[in-house]
Design a protein around this ligand. Sequence first.
Ligand code: ATP
Length: 324
Amino acid sequence: MYNIAVIPGDGIGPEVVKATTTILDKIPVEFNYTYADAGDECKEKTGEPLPQETLDIARKSDAILFGAAGETAADVIVRLRRELNTYVNLRPVKSLQPDKYGDIDFMIVRENTEDLYIGDEELTDEGAIARKKITRHASERIAKYAFNYAKETGRSKVTGVHKANVLKLSDGLFKESFYKIAEEYPDIEANDFYVDATAMYLITNPLDFEVIVTTNLYGDILSDEGAGLVGGLGMIPSANIGDDNGLFEPVHGSAPDIAGQGIANPAATILSACMMLDYLGENEYARKIENILIDVIREGKDVTPDLGGNSSTQEMAEAIASRL
Ligand code: ATP
């Protein structure tokens, strides 16, 4: 039995999380869910976007399933990643509809603890300053994770992404660390691009990418671009992994424009739960759910409006659950 902390959060978060647990409840793996509050509504109710109790529940669990946070995202999800020291953010960009989007399949390995996302900002007389933190330790650690990931999954190339021509010291260190670690993996090709060029190559040559390793901010932006390549934000899952904790969440946010309508695409959260099953060692069920989801999307009948269907979030989930 696995203890799972479930943090549905705001907006479409509770809808896509419910759809996902409907599916998880159909596999012969026992989950003990502990629901915990966080996000905008929680802040309104309790005064705190991420109460200590939620943090404690998250820390004690075997894995965390997270929906979405709205305006308070920086105080909730960014803080959770930091508190739990989940230093790797994995964001697979995979086309589930190759006939529509091409056979795109690459992994973004995003450094999750530093960069501009440390939130060290201050007002000055002229305006404001934000500090960007890049350490040798975190840069080597994330590069190592990316090369190991490539090795274990049979990928042949890792691309480091930075802006070392302008940010000579900080991104320069990230690039240097990338190539230092690359030397330990002579069988895996290593190359690097500037982040602006990468943004273009993802559109012009998406099939050239296998594993991208990059800093926190660039990883955030490039993964939304990746979502655009394979059918939108409703399709991209993510995993936050550290030495002691795993937190799984869709890449999309709370999508206030469609919240409460029951039309959010649950695929990103269902795929995040598959990443959670992999993390827990339940790979067989991860593949099973993933394959059924792919079938349902390709058939195009029981899917949400963003995928061209008329089904609700919950109807799409039930169509998947009924085949398990
Ligand atoms: P937040 O501030 O919480 O990040 P946001 O609206 O700025 O919210 P997202 O929630 O990431 O950003 O989504 C941007 C848009 O993409 C949404 O407004 C919505 O139209 C669309 N979108 C996101 N997730 C989904 C989904 N699961 N299904 C369908 N459409 C989605």
